[in-house]
Design a protein around this ligand. Structure first.
Ligand code: ATP
Length: 128
């Protein structure tokens, strides 16, 4: 699964709790999409990335998101109820795996997450 040329997670400046979570998952190296995306996302860059199914995209966005959230929690003002990160997925089918995978990565840290299902109603028709 992991790209043979990829640098290790340990060179990305990740929080020790995230490194531990990655180790616990048995991931020795980032996949190509993770290697490319994580450093840029940690710099605060906006990314639009595409990679094949099962290439590790979830962690490519979840790891930097959790890293930034952990940093803000440690250094920023206490705003307990604020939403700090939002993951939008297009269908219910996509929601469960994404949520489960993000939870795996955050087992070592104090962040909370929840799922919210959108309205089933059709969009309001706009009359012209
Ligand atoms: N760095 C890694 N090393 C080893 N395995 C990994 C790594 N990153 C992710 N995986 C594993 O690879 C599998 C596919 O990862 P994941 O489902 O996140 O890919 P994806 O690109 O988000 O897939 P999809 O396109 O279906 O959403 C999962 O079992 C995940 O645990």
């Amino acid at each position: 699964m992991a790209d043979t040329e990829a640098l290790g997670f340990e060179h990305m400046g990740l929080d020790p709790r995230l490194l531990q979570a990655v180790t616990d998952l048995g991931w020795s190296r980032p996949t190509l999409i993770q290697e490319k995306a994580i450093p840029l996302a940690l710099e605060g860059k906006d990314l639009l990335a595409r990679a094949r199914t099962g290439s590790g995209k979830t962690a490519a966005y979840a790891i930097p998101m959790l890293q930034l959230l952990l940093h803000r929690k440690a250094t920023g003002p206490a705003v307990e109820q604020a939403v700090r990160g939002l993951v939008l997925v297009p269908t219910k089918k996509r929601k469960k795996p994404s949520s489960r995978k993000v939870k795996k990565a955050k087992t070592q840290n104090p962040l909370r997450s929840f799922k919210h299902r959108g309205e089933k109603r059709r969009p309001t028709r706009v009359l012209s």
